[in-house]
Structures are given as C-alpha cells and as structure tokens.
Design a protein around this ligand. Structure first.
Ligand code: ADP
Ligand code: PHD
Length: 434
C-alpha cells in the first residue's frame, strides 16, 4: 500500500522540455503518474539553452556583441509559451501559481545581469550568474503548464563559492529544504530548478554541467523520498550510448556501485554525483523513457547481479598532456606534487594517468583557458607535449570481443587495464561503432 506521504521526485532534462510538444508530453506523464503520491519536479533548461547561454556569456565576457543570440533565445522561449498558452491569458495561469515569474520578468533580469558582466574579469563567478537562467526560464514555463507551484531552489541549496561546481553544505541544505518544501508538497506538485544553488550571500552558483540529476538526488535525500525517476530520451540505462554504439542493450536492474562507476567514467546519461546521496538513503533511481512512459526502464538500487554485458563509455574532447623532466631526472613524488598542484589550480580533472621513467602523462577534458593556465605554470620546469581532439573509451567488464570492437581502425595513444576495466585514449576512427 502507498505510504500516506510518499514522495516521488521526477527529473525532466533538456530533451524532455525541448519544445511545446515535449512540455505537453511532460504534463501527460505527470498527470498519469502523480495521483497517488506527492511530487517534486526538477527541471533543466529547455533543449540546448545552456549551450546558448554559455555562448552569450562568452561574448559578453570577451566584450563582444551578444544581442543577436540573446534575441534568438528570448524568441524561442516566447514561441514555446505562445504555443502552450495560446488559449489562456497568462494572468489565469499565474493566479494558480502566484510566485511563478513571467518570461518578461526573467529576461529583464537576464538583460540586467549581462549588462553587469565585466569583460575579462572573474570568468567562473560571472558565468554562474548568466548560465543559471536556463533553469529559471524552463521551470517558469513548466510550472504554468502544470498549474503547479514554482519554487526558487537557490536559497535552499546552499553551496560554497566554488563557481561552476558549487559544493553543497548538506546539513544546512537539508534543514532548509525540510523547513520549506513539505508544506508546499501538501498543497500539490512543486516545480523547481535543477543545476543551480546559492551561496550564503545569496549569489547564484551552478553545480556542474548536466547537474540537474544531482539536484533531484539532493532533494530526494533531504526529503527521504520514496524514489527518483529521471525521464530521458532512451529506454533506460543502456550498456552504451546509442548515439555512438550500435545495438545497445538495456540493463533492467543494476546496482548503485556499477552505475556510479559508469557515471564516473563518463556515461553522460546520469551525472556522477547523483548516485551517492541516493545510495546512502537507499532510494531507488528509475531511468525511464519520456517517449514510452509505460515501458519498464531501468531500476538502479541496492541489488546483486551476475556479470553484466560489457559497458562502453565514450568521453570526447580529451587532451593528453605529457610532462618530461628537462634534465633526465626521474619523475619523482616531488615532481608529481608540483604537477598535481598545477592541475588542481587550473581545475583540470584527471580522467586517466600514467608515468614512465622521465615522463608523466594525464588525460583531461580539453579547455583552452585551463590548459593555458597549466602550461604557464609548468613550462619552466618541464618539457610539455600535448594532443587535443582525442577520445577516451572505457569498457567495464571487458572481454576480447568488446576490445576488438572498440579499437578496430583506431590509433591507441595510451592504454590501461585492471581486472574489470579497460581504458584507451584514441585518435581517429569512425564516430559510430558497430
Ligand atoms: N549508457 C547510456 N545509456 C543510455 N543513454 C546514454 C548512455 N550513455 C550516454 N547516453 C546518452 O544520454 C542521453 C540522455 O542523457 P542527457 O542528454 O543528459 O538527457 P537530458 O539532458 O535530457 O537529461 C541519451 O540520449 C544518450 O545519448
Ligand atoms: N542545463 C544544464 C543542467 C542539466 O542537467 O541539463 P540536462 O538535464 O539537460 O543534462 C546543462 O545543460 O548542463
């Protein structure tokens, strides 16, 4: 039997709110599933809005014109709202959810924030003030469409000032969420933003690209939800990304541990920070298709299973950097301390590393600005070579056939294997693997 106050958390990502038809489909899913439980709905920016906001911000930060892409973004949101609410006057929609801001109001705020961007200054902090608008806009539209309560999560999800990857103050966030959200849920579904939080000074932060899954897990943890469902454009958690691998298979059920490893290696379907808070409170995570809501999907939880089909994970946009001592001295702990310190300062994350006698190699996500920062710091001490435009592939539970399938026709620059996991940094080869 259903618990009296069982809470479900639903997370809808960019693809599930990409246009008016997608939002109508979301409304159908919520109406079809929500009658028997309280519902907190976490929503990401519509379609590719976050990328568009990144572009607009980069222009503002470089001191170049951004009016055109900003107008395109505004027209896109207005067009979706127009299609959804053509028959209704906005005041009727707003009356049922009084706190929901209008698009006009949010775009006026965004224009104001962009006008305050100081070119060439403090990139990461200013980025968060702009890029966070995608979720504010999307939740306003979805709250109207559902006639649901709109909640600004920024005062509740307290982070430090690590811009673009805010670190959560869990005890305070839990306290604030528990004080604010349950009374709202008693009144009906609540719609809130993924991806964003706020500092003690009330400045907006973001939680890392694709971080809305993590937001859903944060709310579920704090509110001890019965389950979280993330609605995607795929049938569930698959053993490979169908955009790059032929014939992927769905895992009907999979453990937190297997999933956290897949997410860590780069399976972009779930943000890597999502699993831990759910595992701590043993909250199951369902991955379901918004295109076929009645289908089974995947249940991620506290389960045991035998060996799974090999999982293929692809991370593109990689950079392989090699550091060589300038005087043939061996790579030592002292050298490594300097290299790791510089990587941390440049906020470059290591996806794979390997050392030899006089050289140390790391594979990281490529970012021109961060790489320059690293090179500036280390080029006096080391001879540095790097290659960009590479791919990092990981096979979990590999076998000979899966390795052959992956590496055929590809130049392998670096390889590493443990008993269960193989990783290769590659150049070239066809994008799609059969
Ligand atoms: N192992 C995997 N299983 C399923 N989908 C995957 C996997 N790895 C990558 N993906 C990709 O994740 C996409 C869905 O995640 P994402 O784009 O983050 O959705 P959204 O932004 O709508 O939340 C799928 O379209 C698929 O291309
Ligand atoms: N909109 C943010 C956060 C996010 O999680 O999006 P999505 O759920 O669409 O991956 C991003 O694109 O990074």
């Amino acid at each position: 039997m259903q618990q009296q106050h069982a809470l479900k958390v639903y997370k809808f990502g960019g693809a599930s709110v990409k246009d008016a038809a997608a939002i109508r489909n979301l409304v159908e899913i919520v109406r079809g599933h929500a009658a028997d439980s309280q519902l907190l709905i976490v929503v990401s920016a519509m379609g590719k809005t976050t990328n568009a906001l990144e572009d607009i911000f980069q222009r503002a930060h470089a001191g170049t014109a951004y009016a055109e892409p900003l107008a395109v973004l505004q027209a896109f949101h207005e067009q979706v709202a127009q299609e959804l609410f053509a028959d209704e006057t906005p005041p009727a929609a707003v009356a049922s959810a009084p706190a929901t801001p209008t698009l006009d109001h949010l775009f006026a705020q965004l224009h104001g924030q962009l006008a305050r961007v100081v070119p060439h200054d403090d990139y990461d902090r200013q980025y968060d003030q702009i890029v966070s608008f995608g979720e504010l806009l999307a939740t306003a539209v979805v709250a109207w469409a559902l006639q649901a309560q709109w909640l600004d999560c920024r005062p509740l999800l307290r982070t430090d000032a690590t811009w673009r990857e805010g670190r959560l103050d869990w005890p305070l966030t839990e306290q604030q969420v528990l004080a604010t959200v349950p009374p709202l849920l008693l009144r009906g579904p609540v719609v809130t933003q993924g991806f964003v939080g706020g500092t003690a000074d009330g400045v907006t932060t973001t939680l890392g690209r694709e971080g809305s899954d993590y937001t859903a897990a944060i709310f579920a943890y704090c509110l001890q939800a019965e389950s979280v469902t993330i609605w995607k454009d795929v049938a569930g958690l698959l053993n490979a990304d169908p955009k790059f691998f032929a014939d992927p298979v769905r895992y009907p059920e999979i453990s937190y541990q297997e999933t956290i490893e897949m997410a860590y290696y780069g399976a972009s379907v779930i943000h890597p920070k999502t699993i831990k808070p759910l595992a701590v409170r043993r909250i199951p995570l369902f991955v379901k298709s918004f295109l076929d809501p009645a289908a089974e999907g995947t249940r991620i939880g506290d389960c045991r299973h035998g060996l799974l089909a090999p999982a293929f994970i692809r991370k593109n946009g990689q950079c392989l950097i090699s550091f060589e001592s300038k005087d043939l001295t061996f790579i030592s702990e002292e050298n490594l301390e300097v290299i790791f310190g510089a990587l941390a300062q440049a906020r470059l994350k290591i996806n794979m590393m390997q050392n030899s006698a006089i050289s140390f190699s790391v594979c990281t996500d490529f970012g021109a600005y961060r790489l320059d920062k690293l090179l500036d710091q280390l080029r006096d001490q080391f001879t540095i070579h790097y290659n960009t435009g590479l791919e990092l592939y990981t096979i979990k539970n590999y076998d000979a056939a899966s390795i052959g399938r992956l590496t055929a026709g590809r130049e392998v620059l670096l390889e590493q294997r443990t008993r269960q996991t193989l990783q290769v940094v590659c150049r070239g080869g066809s994008e799609f693997i059969r």
